[in-house]
Design a protein around this ligand. Structure first.
Ligand SMILES: Cc1cc2nc3c(=O)[nH]c(=O)nc-3n(C[C@H](O)[C@H](O)[C@H](O)COP(=O)(O)O)c2cc1C
Length: 209
């Protein structure tokens, strides 16, 4: 009988110690080194910079601006681009082939105060429209988070993302979003879903419009 009681007591002690708080704690994943999500706060400011010739990219910039606490600036070239499509296409081909940076009238004095830069543009001749090349060449975005967004016909945006990564080698370039022609009816929802996917969900403005 004594042996039985002793055996039972030993069993109870082993069971209790096996569930002790200390041991449970060590089984939990260690999150102490997990990276902070790239969410703008009062200390992490976001700026939306975009170029738009016919307004599509401006529309998308507006959706991001509506969803996220941010400032916004539109890039304007010293020489405005023509509205004649054939002439513009020819000019765009030449500028892109030459890696030309059209001078900008837009000046951003406070770029250093931003940590996250959204960069928006139309796809021209398979890549980002040249004013974006000027912006990324003129401003040092080292150490900042760069977030591309673009509008286009049917082309892929990959070449433009490659260009951005090559012009911002010291930046963290996040996954961009591309809005193709004929898909604007769902664009706002897709922009919100994309912002959530890349971890900017709690950027929603407190006083939404
Ligand atoms: C000069 C020029 C070149 C273009 N090249 C392409 C292209 O290579 N691939 C594509 O899918 N769309 C192309 N497009 C269509 C634009 O990317 C599309 O209309 C875009 O939404 C325009 O944006 P925006 O209104 O902000 O200027 C081109 C448009 C222009 C004016």
């Amino acid at each position: 009988m004594k042996t039985k009681i002793l055996w039972l007591l030993t069993l109870i002690m082993l069971t209790v110690s096996g569930c002790s708080a200390d041991e449970v704690k060590t089984d939990l994943p260690d999150n102490s080194n997990s990276e902070e999500p790239a969410v703008p706060t009062e200390d992490r400011k976001a700026l939306i910079v975009y170029f738009s010739h016919t307004g599509n990219t401006r529309t998308i910039a507006g959706y991001i601006h509506d969803a996220i606490e941010s400032d916004m600036v539109e890039l304007q070239t010293e020489e405005p681009y023509t509205d004649d499509y054939d002439t513009l296409l020819e000019q765009a081909r030449e500028e892109i082939a030459a890696g030309y940076c059209p001078p900008l009238v837009t000046q951003i004095d406070s770029i250093d105060s931003y940590d996250m830069i959204f960069v928006g543009y139309p796809i021209w001749v398979g890549t980002a429209a040249p004013p974006v090349r000027t912006f990324l060449t003129d401003y040092n975005l080292s150490g900042k988070t760069v977030i591309p967004f673009c509008t286009s016909g049917t082309s892929s945006a990959e070449e433009s993302y490659r260009l951005i990564r090559s012009l911002c080698p010291q930046s963290e370039v996040l996954e961009g979003i591309q809005i193709r022609r004929g898909t604007y009816d769902t664009a706002r929802e897709r922009v919100i879903a994309w912002l959530q996917e890349i971890g900017l969900i709690n950027l929603h403005k407190t006083n939404e419009k």
